[in-house]
Design a protein around this ligand. Structure first.
Ligand code: URA
Length: 251
């Protein structure tokens, strides 16, 4: 695959923009035979085996990926929408190539799988793999999500029992229940849900006469938000991380 096509597929802009980046010396490629040697390439048409190609653009390292799978530590005070109404969009936290990866001729970039409220923080998955988004979003494949919930009023065993037994929310007569509920302290609850209704944690706590003061998602399926990933930071998901998610693609 030509170097300009590789850059184009990874979201660095139109083929013409990518050719310009290469010709002006912005792109270096890691030499597979002499790692970690970096070789500057100024010919846009130079051919490479795209898979596993590692390269550097303007000092930032990239690795070729057919599809991008990433996790973001969403900070409080950001919106998951591409067109936010009040707070900055989470997409402004991602580098441009992740936001403009081409797909079937259009520029789509990665999309969040599900949402967190603007005042919630924690683990958010993003990808440009439409089938993966579809599988992860299907009610049949919902996987457990763990939330650290800080509440206004002291928690007691009765509230925990109600959350585990099922509470009725205003839009559906069928009760929703927590798959697990651990009282960490008087004002801190670790709640595991296998559904994803609108404002579900906040509404469940309101249904037991309490109120959510802070909400943080720490885990999806078997994948935990690493403590080393600070709020606002993102990182790639490799095969070992994806294997912790049910129905994930095998890389
Ligand atoms: N439940 C909520 O109420 N808010 C979130 O952001 C996620 C789950």
């Amino acid at each position: 695959m030509q170097l300009q096509d590789i850059l184009y597929s990874q979201g660095f802009g139109t083929r013409r923009v990518c050719a310009g980046l290469i010709q002006r010396g912005h792109v270096q490629v890691y030499d597979k035979n002499k790692p970690p040697a970096l070789v500057q390439h100024t010919l846009a048409a130079t051919e490479f085996e795209a898979h596993e190609l590692r390269f550097r653009v303007d000092g930032v390292d990239w690795q070729y990926a057919d599809k991008a799978y990433i996790m973001l530590h969403k900070p409080v005070g950001t919106e998951c929408s591409q067109k936010p109404s009040t707070y900055p969009s989470i997409y402004t936290l991602l580098p441009a190539p992740l936001r403009q990866r081409p797909q079937k001729g259009a520029v789509l970039g990665v999309q969040a799988i599900g949402r967190l409220d603007q005042d919630s923080s924690g683990l958010l998955l993003l990808t440009d793999d439409g089938q993966f988004i579809h599988r992860m979003s299907s009610p049949r494949h919902h996987q457990p999500k763990v939330y650290e919930v800080t509440v206004k009023h002291p928690l007691d065993a009765r509230q925990v029992g109600q959350l585990l037994g099922g509470v009725v929310l205003d839009d559906d007569p069928r009760p929703v229940r927590a798959a697990a509920c651990q009282l960490v302290s008087t004002h801190h609850l670790r709640l595991t849900l296998t559904e994803g209704k609108y404002h579900q944690v906040k509404r469940m706590l309101a249904a037991v006469s309490n109120r959510v003061e802070a909400l943080h998602r720490s885990q999806i399926g078997g994948l935990r938000l690493p403590e080393t990933l600070a709020a606002g930071q993102w990182c790639w998901l490799g095969a070992p991380e994806l294997a912790l998610l049910a129905n994930a693609p095998a890389l």
